[in-house]
Design a protein around this ligand. Structure first.
Ligand SMILES: NC(=O)c1ccc[n+]([C@@H]2O[C@H](COP(=O)([O-])OP(=O)(O)OC[C@H]3O[C@@H](n4cnc5c(N)ncnc54)[C@H](OP(=O)(O)O)[C@@H]3O)[C@@H](O)[C@H]2O)c1
Length: 260
């Protein structure tokens, strides 16, 4: 059996594609032969050659329009969209610390880029009768953590519901829509956080990691996922090998979600 993913010469857009999980997904798709466009607010000096980067703030409608225009200008259309951009910068302190401005910021980063970019690029996919869209959500859509990420978790839940509804609408037109819900991923930012926590608690890196895992209620596997492991899952999902998969969610969390 061959494991060729059959992605040669497909056209793929990856948002949030310069760091962490998004950078790993860009690498995985480019290594599999896809033509990749990646977006972020700034393009690193050591950005991968052969990948087309567009600098834009996709938390704004103008930024999303610039990305959609750039994709159409460079490729004339797109076969794969992986919505990776997301995250939270909300302060701790529970519900009372979340004012309107913070709520809107979390929604504008975690929900609206997907809504806006899909709206701009789906008509082309529908016209060609094919395409795959992956929405990267989070296990927090089902397992919210109230200290600082209530708005983030709610935005990811909205993204999940939006994704499911979209899949019902466009799967009959040949477009697959799939959610990927990661648990903790050991990105560079996560490593930095674990190191900070370790320093505060006067422990080592493994101790810092344990503090994060304990906050999640534990990870039965005993470790976070690697960005490349999330990228491998998404590489499969967007490939023709996953041609029967749409309207569903893949959880990659080392067993963190405690229920069936
Ligand atoms: N890391 C985790 O443990 C974890 C767990 C569950 C779910 N997730 C989800 O997985 C996805 C990736 O997370 P990550 O931790 O790998 O990301 P990350 O390392 O924080 O990287 C975020 C990427 O998005 C870009 N970006 C951020 N804000 C942007 C904006 N306003 N406009 C355009 N680009 C922007 C960043 O580049 P610039 O800064 O240059 O813009 C960067 O390329 C997110 O949706 C996150 O919610 C992550």
């Amino acid at each position: 059996m061959s494991f060729d993913l059959g992605l040669q010469n497909t056209r793929a857009l990856v948002t949030g594609g310069t760091k962490g999980t998004g950078a790993a997904i860009v690498d995985a798709l480019a290594n599999a032969g896809a033509q990749v466009i990646a977006t972020a607010r700034s393009i690193p000096a050591d950005a991968r050659k052969g990948v087309h980067f567009i600098a834009a703030d996709v938390a704004t409608s103008e930024g999303c329009a610039a990305v959609a225009d750039g994709v159409l200008a460079a490729f004339g259309g797109v076969d794969i969209i992986v919505h990776v951009v997301g995250g939270s910068s909300a302060p701790g302190g529970g519900f009372a610390a979340l004012n309107d401005e913070i709520w809107l910021r979390e929604l504008n980063l975690n929900l609206m880029p997907a809504v806006r970019l899909d709206r701009a690029l789906l008509p082309g996919m529908i016209a060609q009768g094919s395409g795959v869209i992956v929405h990267v959500t989070s296990i927090q859509r089902a397992l919210p953590l109230p200290e600082a990420t209530t708005a983030y978790a709610a935005a990811k839940a909205a993204l999940s519901t939006y994704s499911k509804s979209l899949s019902k609408e466009v799967s009959p037109k040949g477009i697959r829509v799939v959610r990927v819900a990661p648990g903790w991923i050991e990105t560079d930012a996560a490593v930095a956080l674990a190191e900070r926590l370790a320093e505060q608690a006067r422990t080592d890196y493994d101790g810092g990691k344990k503090i994060i895992m304990d906050a999640l209620g534990g990870i039965p596997l005993g470790r976070p996922a690697k960005p490349s492991e999330v990228a491998d899952l998404i590489g499969f999902i967007v490939s023709p090998r996953a041609g029967a998969i749409t309207g569903t969610e893949f959880v990659i969390d080392g067993g963190t979600i405690p229920t069936v």
